[in-house]
Design a protein around this ligand. Structure first.
Ligand code: XMP
Length: 507
């Protein structure tokens, strides 16, 4: 498979370069900037992109790539800091300039190769301090802005290009087409990265492993997709384990069990550990302590199962590409298997290696794989759910009564959003409960009942979130149903705090 390798010099947009390229069916991989030439060649790239980054090429500790890359006769595109690296390395001069942020008008001086297919100008997003003062021998200027004379340069013979702006951000007009021009026209890459191919090749790779695999499943998209890929590859040598901790959504344990046993026909074991979890949580109201108790109990239950039913050679995890990059673990070419012991607190004695079939994928790609594997929409489209479950949606101690209220009220919130056709448009939606009470009237009597809070948020990545402006009719139906259908509840409130300063979950 043809591939583009992106060297990461620390820009906040580095990931976006890969995302944009994958959008037009080309596999792009992000690697640390200091990858050696030997390791880079093992990846067999058809072209290289240098990302932007916060440094100046004149800083003492400026990140520099392996010098051999410049002589590799591979097409190179440098973006922002990457552009300055090219200027510097091929003998040009970079100077400190006035910082330039935001949109600039790029005038195109040469509309072949990189900048082909556009008019005379495009809007380009700038974010830089330094700029090219003298371009190296053999290079020509192919685009300029008012403030930056050499905003786009090219050495056509060497197929080396540099651009001062960021084509990967949406604010650059035709940015994806600029990347496409480089990848497809200059590097001559075939557009062959499809999720169908990914499924096929991953199953083939996994089918070669020996030994049994243990996979914890939660009912979430990532662990479900990971387990299905492995199941298709090794069948009964996979054991899926689902721990019911009593903190899941209403009916969820049954729904997940039914889908896994009926739809997927894999070795699936549901461990009912409700009592153990709830007993350990008894009397605890501190949010962090609750999370810790749940984490420890999960490891205890899971290890007990593995010790009793093993030996297993691998532990499968639904790790995604952004997690791999964030953890700073660089990987070998197309590796799905990483040798590693004692992961996530599991005892060393289990000697499990890690199998991560999704470590090359972004979340939206996982969803596409899920569709190909015919995962029911109820799992595929369900909102994210926190690992510690309802324990973080119950303020204070987790009691049976509060659990029942949180489950029933959350089901009402989800149902009403589905009916109103907005469930798929919001990031998360649920009801939370604490110990506060308020007076209500039921019939002719005054009653001191619970307050339930409804939380619905919009978000792109959960890093920030805004409360959803739900239509008042939907809010009214949710409120009426919660007070009518749950005896103990007298008041319903709607949470209008965004993140920051609040968080999505209350605990
Ligand atoms: P906060 O509450 O920090 O949540 O705004 C951000 C996103 O993360 C989810 N979340 C968790 N997920 N384990 C998880 O797997 C956790 O302990 C946890 N805490 C919060 C939350 O649902 C939201 O999507």
């Amino acid at each position: 498979m043809d591939k583009i390798v992106v060297l990461d010099f620390g820009s906040q947009y580095s990931h976006l370069i890969c995302r944009r390229i994958r959008d037009f069916s080309v596999y792009a991989e992000l690697v640390p900037y200091d990858i050696s030439m030997d390791d880079l060649l093992k990846l067999e790239p058809k072209g290289i992109i240098f990302s932007g980054g916060p440094s100046s090429v004149y800083d003492n500790d400026a990140p520099m790539p392996d010098g051999k890359i410049f002589q590799a006769e591979l097409p190179i595109l440098g973006i922002c800091y990457g552009h300055q690296l090219i200027v510097n390395n091929f003998g040009g001069k970079v100077k400190r300039a006035n910082k330039e942020y935001g949109s600039s008008l790029l005038s195109i001086d040469d509309n072949i190769d990189l900048l082909s297919g556009f008019g005379r100008t495009i809007r380009a997003w700038m974010s830089h301090g330094d700029e090219a003062e003298e371009i190296p021998n053999g290079f020509e200027i192919i685009g300029h802005t008012e403030n930056s004379e050499a905003a786009a340069i090219a050495n056509k013979q060497k197929t080396v290009f540099g651009i001062q702006f960021h084509p990967e951000v949406v604010h650059t007009e035709s940015g994806t087409d600029i990347l496409k021009n480089f990848v497809i026209n200059v590097c001559q890459v075939k557009q062959s990265w499809t999720m169908e191919k990914f499924v096929e090749s991953t199953i083939e790779k996994i089918s070669k492993i020996e030994g049994n695999v243990l996979c914890g499943v939660s009912g979430g998209v990532d662990s479900t997709v990971a387990s299905l890929l492995i199941h298709k590859a090794i069948g009964n040598r996979l054991q899926a384990v689902f721990v019911d901790n009593g903190l899941l959504r209403l009916n969820e344990p049954y729904e997940i069990e039914e889908i896994f046993t009926k739809n997927f026909e894999m070795n699936f074991e549901k461990i009912n550990a409700q009592e153990e979890f709830l007993l350990k949580l008894k009397g605890e109201s501190d949010p962090e302590r609750k999370r810790k108790i749940i984490g420890e109990e999960f490891i205890r239950v899971f290890s007990k199962f593995a010790e009793k039913n093993g030996p297993y050679k691998y532990l499968a995890q639904g790790t995604l590409y952004p997690d791999v990059i964030e953890s700073g673990v660089s990987k070998g070419p197309a590796a799905v298997i990483k040798s590693h012991h004692n992961v996530g607190g599991l005892p060393d004695s289990l000697k499990l290696e890690i199998l991560e079939p999704l470590r090359d994928l972004y979340k939206d790609e996982v969803r596409k794989v899920g569709k190909i594997l015919e995962i029911p929409d109820i799992l595929l489209n369900r909102h994210p759910f926190p690992g510690p479950g309802l324990a973080v949606r119950i303020i204070g101690e987790v009691t049976d009564k509060k659990l029942e209220i949180a489950k029933t009220a959350s089901k009402i919130v989800e149902d009403e959003l589905q009916t109103a056709g907005v469930y798929d448009q919001v990031w998360q939606a649920y009801a939370l409960v604490g110990d506060d009470k308020a007076v209500g009237v039921v019939g002719d009597e005054r009653k001191y009942g619970r307050i339930v809070m409804v939380r619905v948020v919009d978000s792109i990545d959960a890093m920030t979130a805004d409360w959803t402006r739900l239509p008042s009719g939907v809010l009214e139906r949710i409120s009426n149903r919660i007070t009518n259908e749950i005896d103990e509840v007298t008041w319903v409130s709607y949470v209008i705090s965004s993140k920051p300063p609040a968080t999505i979950e209350p605990q």
